[in-house]
Write a protein that binds this ligand. Structure first.
Ligand SMILES: [Fe+2]
Ligand SMILES: [Fe+2]
Length: 504
């Protein structure tokens, strides 16, 4: 094999490697036209991709136009796959078309129309002389597009016909290009599929409770903004941290999925607004009304069955009954008050314990407590609205998050998603959950998610257990959490000083 052939093979190999390593479709299409033009020394080139029954015009390159105006006019359009256009004709037949001189062709001799080409030349003040059109066939021999090369140039830059012997090589490059396009489309399809699974999973988690609607999406937006601002830091403590496009994408997905473990938390617990549900409070109110009626009934019965009772006895009986009812009314009033998660006094706590000790006879004649142990446990909660068991269940969502995400075979670029997501409730001083890890053991990415998560939880308008906090108080809380070494001081400073919360 001579030297020329060797350099040709080298060039072909180089093109093949370049094509297979570019996965961005639009860059790949540009590269295909550029390589084929350089290979054939063409002034111009275009590329069409088959979309259903049409050809979509995707790339236009032309050195003459670029020299004249600095750019090449381009407007995407679609062509039917038929014989009305040259590219459509090539896509229909699958034949290579080498036109040495367009002027020497007449409409009646060829099975396609030349009008569009000629109109284009006139409009653009250009002269198309030679053309080489090649169908792009993928590994299944399907035509997935057409490459159109215009005006092969000699050394003096004059248009000459495309040499017959380059046809085979152009076909070969076009086939490699077709495979690269298919791979790129396939990769994009998989990415789109993955993206929609992530998006819908995040929406599904948030939709489990009306109170978390949009939470994951907002947290993700805040996280990305923080990462962008960190990247912009030229000096100061965050100047050395730089997130690549892939790392920001990893952070974005981790924050979209950070609460995916809530899927394992009961809705009753997620939705809890007060200590007891409205239905449970209603049941208690009805029960107490029954107890009241029962007391009144037994007084009336006593009066009926004991005609010997004196006026004084009856008055005493009535007073006792009224006192009992007043006591029960006070009991139910306390229960309704304690159901709202607010501070209550030790006396009120003692009063609640007393109520729980009281018994009544229910409709079946069974002895029952005024309030059962579960109702007592809920009403006794001192801080917030959750019992310890419920709090553990809610806090367990991060363990579920890790369990779920750990089972997903993330690619190398996304492999830290489970650990970033699962540490969003860990605090730098070790007071967080689920593992109580500290400082350096909490990744920077998780610290970023933690700030976004707290900010959104405090300011969200739809949380049942607390109304949204004003911005000023929210920022004060974030500062306090940083001062107490729970949140990262530098990140909180950046979040507040750059008003990142207002930039999403
Ligand atoms: Fe969470
Ligand atoms: Fe969250």
């Amino acid at each position: 094999m001579d030297q020329v052939d060797n350099s040709l093979i080298g060039k072909l190999n180089k093109i093949g490697v370049a094509l297979s390593s570019e996965h961005n479709l639009s860059r790949l299409l540009e590269m295909i036209v550029k390589e084929l033009r350089s290979f054939t020394n063409s002034d111009g080139g275009s590329l069409y991709i088959r979309v259903d029954d049409e050809l979509s015009f995707e790339v236009a390159q032309n050195d003459t136009f670029a020299r004249r105006t600095g750019n090449v006019p381009f407007k995407s359009f679609r062509l039917p796959i038929d014989h009305k256009s040259i590219a459509g004709h090539v896509a229909s037949t699958g034949d290579i078309l080498n036109i040495p001189d367009l002027d020497k062709l007449s409409e009646d001799e060829v099975p396609f129309r030349l009008t569009t080409m000629r109109e284009f030349d006139k409009k653009m003040d250009y002269k198309t002389v030679s053309m080489l059109l090649v169908p792009m066939r993928n590994h299944k021999d399907e035509i997935i597009g057409v490459v159109q090369l215009i005006n092969s140039l000699d050394e003096q830059n004059n248009p000459i016909p495309f040499e017959k012997n380059v046809e085979g090589l152009v076909i070969s490059i076009a086939s490699q290009a077709a495979v690269a396009i298919c791979n790129s489309v396939l990769i994009q399809d998989i990415k789109n599929l993955f993206e929609s699974i992530v998006t819908y999973s995040a929406e599904a988690i948030d939709a489990r409770s009306p109170h978390t609607a949009g939470h994951s999406e907002r947290v993700s937006a805040l996280v990305i903004k923080q990462a962008e601002f960190i990247n912009d830091q030229k000096d100061g403590p965050l100047a050395d941290i730089n997130y690549s496009e892939e790392e920001i994408n990893e952070l974005r997905i981790a924050s979209l999925l950070h609460d995916i473990g809530k899927i394992g938390v009961k809705e009753r617990v997620l939705d809890k607004a007060n200590k007891l549900s409205d239905e449970k409070v209603e049941a208690i109110v009805n029960r107490f009304a029954f107890i009241n009626r029962d007391i009144e009934n037994s007084t009336n019965l006593k009066k009926l069955e004991s005609p010997e009772l004196s006026k004084e006895d009856i008055e005493t009986l009535d007073t006792e009954t009224r006192d009992k009812i007043a006591e029960i009314d006070a009991d139910i009033e306390l229960i309704i008050k304690l159901n709202i998660p607010k501070y209550y006094s030790d006396e009120e706590g003692e009063h609640l314990e007393q109520i729980a000790k009281k018994k009544y006879i229910d409709i079946n004649g069974d002895e029952k407590p005024y309030i059962d142990s579960e109702e007592l446990e809920n009403l006794k909660v001192k801080k917030g609205n959750l019992t310890e068991k419920e709090r553990n269940e809610i806090q367990g969502h991060v363990r579920h998050t890790l369990n779920i995400l750990d089972k997903i075979p993330f690619t190398e670029e996304l492999k830290s998603i489970p650990t970033i997501a699962a540490a969003h409730h860990e605090m730098l001083n070790g007071s967080g959950y689920p593992n109580g890890i500290k400082g350096e053991d909490i990744s920077f990415q998780s610290r970023i998610v933690a700030i976004a998560d707290i900010y959104d939880a405090l300011t969200a308008k739809d949380r049942p257990y607390k109304p949204p906090l004003p911005l000023e108080i929210t920022l004060k809380i974030l500062r306090e959490e940083a001062d107490n070494n729970k949140l990262d001081q530098n990140l909180v400073n950046l979040f507040i000083s750059e008003e990142i919360y207002s930039k999403v």
